[in-house]
Design a protein around this ligand. Structure first.
Ligand SMILES: [Zn+2]
Length: 148
């Protein structure tokens, strides 16, 4: 599955993850599928009423339903997926792999972006990695993006 993340969505993802680090962020991916079946993510919207923890995030189910209903009706854009972060906490390093809960909640034809955020140990320029992830340092952190 090919996914294109717009600059606007990229900044939305990055700022959401950094804002609540060392807790996890959660939000929605808005976009569409083009004629070549490529997912285009135009916007990444942070979900404000999520309860955030170091090791997870719990969304308000009623709010999620309301947002999904609204976003399913603004053609040509639609809800194409969601994103959340895994934050390094204590001695635990955040990992950009889906947890069992993540996998259990995944639906077909949906994009999931997981952003791993850890403390910055050295400056790393933004680049794609061999495993298909994208990472680079900010002032204090090292976020890595995994798109599923
Ligand atoms: Zn997760």
């Amino acid at each position: 599955m090919e996914v294109y993340i717009s600059e606007d969505a990229f900044w939305g993802l990055l700022v959401s993850a950094i804002e609540v680090y060392k807790k996890e962020c959660f939000g929605f991916l808005i976009g569409y599928r083009d004629a070549n079946n490529v997912f285009i993510i135009e916007h990444a919207l942070s979900f404000q009423s999520a309860r955030r923890y170091n090791t997870g995030v719990i969304e308000n189910k009623r709010s999620v339903r309301r947002i999904k209903k609204f976003l399913s009706n603004i053609p040509p854009l639609t809800l194409v997926g969601d994103f959340h972060s895994h934050a390094g906490w204590g001695d635990l390093k955040g990992v950009p792999t889906p947890s069992n809960t993540d996998i259990h909640e995944m639906e077909p034809n949906t994009i999931y972006v997981i952003i791993e955020v850890n403390d910055k140990r050295k400056a790393v320029p933004w680049n794609y990695n061999d495993d298909g992830t994208l990472s680079g340092t900010t002032e204090n952190s090292l976020p890595t993006f995994l798109t599923l």
